[in-house]
Design a protein around this ligand. Structure first.
Ligand SMILES: [Zn+2]
Length: 241
């Protein structure tokens, strides 16, 4: 009892000095049907920033899109998935070379998960010392796993030279990664590897490819508002002026 009281006090004390509730390290939210968004946190320019990934539970196993940004959550995510769905992750695709997408590739490869990136992502990962996937795709590819099919699509450079999106055409789910900003974002975020000149054209390519998406998952922040794609386009047009 005394220990619990002490811990509670410490947590209360910590949250009051930080001015916020202590956040969870891994958040899993059901998107729709067998689709789930997972969120982990990492510090960027002095504040804790959430990063979204997604997974879908198929009859043949779980397919994961991007890895946790928080390196302490690679295994907890696998454990949570196993506990919740009694299934293993069998495939993982990272959507560009940055650490919030590729961080867990090596770990997951060692766990026997088939990891994928594009060859372009692999070249950049190699050059920049990021974790690399076991398998490479040279061009846009359709994957079918269990009852689900999705395609990878490279719409052009934007957030990064190699950013791809994932499109579930039948379910109308667009997994945008960091190319797409949330509807709440006030700017395009980290532009250190961005192509600001091409960004708007790239977003228009996504809009042409992915008609009437029902769900859009941005790399960071809120995914409940599908205005995120139009909003990203507007910001991309603005940044060029
Ligand atoms: Zn990102």
């Amino acid at each position: 009892m005394k220990t619990i009281a002490t811990i509670s006090f410490l947590l209360f004390y910590l949250s009051s000095i930080l001015g916020q509730q202590p956040h969870v390290s891994l958040k899993i939210t059901r998107l729709t049907g067998e689709f789930y968004v997972f969120t982990t946190y990492n510090s960027y320019q002095g504040s804790m920033i959430p990063a979204n990934g997604m997974y879908v539970v198929t009859d043949n196993g779980v397919v994961m899109f991007d890895t946790p940004w928080d390196t302490t959550q690679f295994q907890p995510l696998l454990d949570s998935i196993k506990n919740r769905h009694d299934k293993n992750v069998i495939l993982c695709i990272a959507t560009h070379f940055h650490e919030d997408r590729t961080g867990g590739l090596k770990y997951y490869t060692q766990k026997g998960i088939k990891t994928y990136t594009t060859t372009k992502t692999d070249e950049l990962s190699k050059k920049r010392g990021m974790k690399r996937a076991e398998f490479l795709i040279a061009k846009d590819t359709v994957f079918t796993v269990g009852q689900y099919s999705f395609q990878t699509y490279f719409p052009g450079p934007g957030h990064a030279p190699d950013n791809i999106i994932i499109w579930f055409e039948k379910e109308k789910i667009l997994y945008g990664g960091c190319l797409i900003k949330s509807a709440n974002d006030s700017d395009l975020g980290n532009l250190s590897d961005a192509n600001v000149k091409q960004y708007a054209t790239t977003i228009r390519n996504v809009q042409a490819k992915c008609k009437s998406p029902r769900y859009i998952i941005p790399g960071h922040g809120n995914w409940t508002n599908t205005n995120s794609l139009d909003h990203t386009l507007q910001m991309a047009q603005q940044v060029n002026k």
